[in-house]
Design a protein around this ligand. Structure first.
Ligand code: TXA
Ligand code: MG
Length: 356
C-alpha cells in the first residue's frame, strides 16, 4: 500500500473556499483518494468509474471486497452516468429527500466497475446534503464512490480527527469541515426489490419514506426485542464495533435503568472500567457513579437526533480512555430511533432484553 503524509485542509462547512476544494478535486481526478465531510459521516472518496482509484479505498480501509460502495452524485441529472433504469418513484424521492441522507439501490450501467458493486447488478447512489461534499463533486465532475472513512469494522468518523486516527498515512488528504450534523449513516433503500425495502435504517426515517411511497418494508434486522441475552461475544453481526465490550439493554425505561445500575455495580466491584451511554433523563439515577464511571449523556430520550449526532464520538472517546465495558440502552423504535438502535445492536457484544 502507498504510504502518504496525510494533510488536513480546513474548509468552511457552510461556504467552502475554492482553493481546498480545487486541490481535493484535482487529487480525485488523478485517481487519488480523499476524505471529506457529508451530513452523515465523513466519506473516503474516489472516482467511482476508475478501477484502480476504487481499489485504493479498499486497501486504505482494509475493507473486504464483498462489501459494495455508495456512489455520490452532485445532482439527479448525474443518475444516467451510473443508473440504467429509473423506477417512477425515484423522482418523487429525489424531490423530497435529495440532497440528503437517503441512498437508493438501482440497476447499474456498465460504466460502474464490479469492485464498486461487489459484482452486483445494482448500484447504491445518493446526493449528500453537505456544501463541502457538493462543491467537491461539482469541481471534480465525477461520481464519487465513498464509504465511511474509517478502518473496516470500526465506528464511522464524525470528525476529521476520527478520520486521522484511523487512516493517518494511508490517504493523502482530509478536508476538515468540522463535526458532521447527523452522525449516523444514510438510510439504504432498495428499489429493485418487489416492494421498496430499507436495508439499513438511517438519517431518513421509515415514516418519512412512507409518506412518499406508501408501503416500505424493513429488511429483517436482529431486533433487541427478540434477541436473548447472548452468552458470548461474537454471536451478533457486529459491524460498528467499539473495542470495549458493549452491553445493550432494552425494555421499559425503569427496568432498563435498574438493570444497568446493577450491572454497573457488579462490574465496578470486579475492578473493571465502565462507560455508560445515557439519556439526559437517566442522568440523576447515575449521579452516584459520576466519579467512578465514565458517563456520556447523549441527549434526551425523545431526541434521537442528538443521540445520533453524539453516539460515535462518545464510543471513540470511551475506547481512547481504555474503557473495558460500555453499558447502553435502546431508544423508542420510531423515527431516527430505529437507526440508533440498529447501530447500538451492531456495536453490542451482548443484548439484555427486559420484559414489561
Ligand atoms: O451516510 C452514508 O451512507 C456514508 C456517507 C459517507 O455517505 N457512507 C456509508 O458507506 O455509510 P458504507 O460503505 O460505510 O456503507 C454502504 C452501505 C453498506 O451497508 C453496503 O452494503 C450498502 O450500502 N450497499 C452498497 N451498494 C449496495 C448494493 N448495490 N446493494 C445493496 N446494498 C449496497
Ligand atoms: Mg461504513
Amino acid at each position: 500500500m502507498t504510504m502518504y503524509t496525510t494533510r488536513i485542509l480546513p474548509v468552511d462547512p457552510h461556504r467552502p473556499q475554492t482553493a481546498p476544494i480545487a486541490e481535493a478535486a484535482a487529487l480525485l481526478q488523478q485517481g487519488e483518494i480523499v476524505a471529506f465531510p457529508t451530513e452523515t459521516v465523513y466519506g473516503l472518496g474516489a472516482n467511482a468509474l476508475d478501477v484502480s482509484a476504487v481499489a485504493k479505498i479498499f486497501r486504505a480501509k482494509e475493507r473486504p471486497a464483498y462489501d459494495p460502495l455508495i456512489v455520490h452524485l452532485h445532482a439527479p441529472s448525474w443518475l444516467p452516468r451510473v443508473v440504467r433504469a429509473m423506477p417512477e418513484c425515484v423522482w418523487a424521492l429525489a424531490e423530497r429527500f435529495w440532497p440528503g441522507p437517503l441512498t437508493l439501490i438501482l440497476p447499474r450501467t456498465d460504466a460502474v466497475p464490479d469492485s464498486v458493486t461487489s459484482g452486483l447488478d445494482t448500484v447504491a447512489v445518493r446526493i449528500p446534503a453537505h456544501p463541502v461534499a457538493l462543491a467537491l463533486l461539482e469541481a471534480a465532475d465525477i461520481p464519487l464512490a465513498a464509504p465511511s472513512a474509517n478502518r473496516f469494522g470500526y465506528t464511522s468518523p464524525t470528525t476529521a480527527a476520527h478520520v486521522l486516527a484511523d487512516l493517518n498515512g494511508r490517504i493523502p488528504l482530509i478536508l476538515d469541515g468540522g463535526p458532521t450534523h447527523i452522525g449516523v449513516e444514510s438510510t439504504v433503500l432498495d428499489l429493485t426489490a418487489e416492494a421498496p425495502t430499507i436495508l439499513r435504517p438511517g438519517g431518513v426515517t421509515r415514516e418519512a419514506l412512507m409518506e412518499v411511497l406508501g408501503k416500505v418494508q424493513l429488511a429483517r434486522q436482529p431486533a433487541a426485542d427478540e434477541a436473548q441475552a447472548v452468552p458470548s461475544p461474537g454471536l451478533l453481526p457486529r459491524h460498528y464495533a467499539p473495542r470495549a465490550h458493549l452491553i445493550l439493554f432494552s425494555g421499559p425505561p425503569l427496568a432498563v435503568y435498574n438493570a444497568m445500575q446493577r450491572r454497573l455495580v457488579s462490574l465496578l466491584q470486579r475492578g473493571a472500567t465502565v462507560g455508560v451511554l445515557l439519556a439526559a433523563e437517566a442522568q440523576p439515577l447515575f449521579a452516584p457513579w459520576h466519579q467512578t464511571a465514565h458517563l456520556e449523556v447523549l441527549g434526551t430520550a425523545d431526541d434521537a437526533a442528538a443521540f445520533g449526532r453524539h453516539l460515535y464520538a462518545a464510543l471513540r472517546r470511551l475506547d481512547e480512555n481504555g474503557i473495558q465495558f460500555i453499558l447502553a440502552h435502546t431508544l423508542p423504535a420510531a423515527g431516527l430511533g430505529l437507526a440508533i438502535n440498529n447501530r447500538l445492536q451492531k456495536a453490542a457484544a451482548e443484548i439484555v432484553s427486559l420484559e414489561g
